[in-house]
Ligand binder design. Structure first.
Ligand code: NI
Length: 192
């Protein structure tokens, strides 16, 4: 198990474009180790996802997983461990949800980002097998957040109203209850 350091906002690798991997790259020991490290690092930090750029590798690999009772995001529905290589996420409808996001690379801060509630996710898995699935509800936001990382974008770039920015303590104290009610209504509608 290798838990890697997570780069923090201000580090240039977080702002660069990650390069796509070839099918041969996917099977390489280096890539498979990176995937294992991303999973270990995400779990150690209680993240819902982690992108390769966040551990300093500018390649298009990210992981997502929400296990029951995640302490950072207790309202998030379960996402089985998912490895995405060269992911492309496209909205399927114009409907968005005002999601309160946080990021392991932006410590201490949360803010509201509008996320599409139905997206098509295409990628390769860690065996190089194509993934093509529709993700709906709150989980759709997680996939958009992670793939944004591979394009040098952080959630703070997408916060339209910067007055929504808050610390995690203030979130818990003042915003979590109302947000959780909205989030659970979305989850009830989409089942995810
Ligand atoms: Ni993030």
């Amino acid at each position: 198990m290798t838990v890697r350091d997570i780069l923090q906002i201000g580090h240039p690798v977080l702002r660069g474009q990650a390069r796509p991997l070839t099918v041969a790259d996917v099977g390489a020991a280096r890539t498979q180790r990176l995937i294992d490290d991303l999973v270990d690092t995400m779990r150690a930090a209680d993240g819902a996802g982690l992108a390769a750029t966040q551990v300093g590798e500018a390649v298009q690999v990210c992981v997502a997983e929400v296990r029951p009772g995640n302490p950072r995001y207790p309202y998030k529905p379960v996402i089985p461990l998912t490895v995405l290589i060269n992911p492309v996420v496209e909205p399927l409808t114009a409907e968005t949800f005002a999601n309160y996001e946080g990021c392991l690379s932006v410590p201490g801060l949360r803010g509201i980002v509008e996320r599409a509630v139905e997206v098509r996710v295409r990628a390769l898995d860690r065996e190089g097998v194509p993934i093509d699935r529709v993700v709906r509800g709150l989980s759709a936001g997680t996939f958009q957040h992670e793939t944004d990382h591979l394009r040098g974008r952080l959630f703070v770039d997408l916060v339209a109203d910067t007055r929504s920015l808050c610390t995690w303590d203030e979130f818990r104290l003042r915003h979590e209850a109302a947000f959780t009610a909205r989030a659970l209504a979305l989850v009830a509608r989409f089942g995810s």
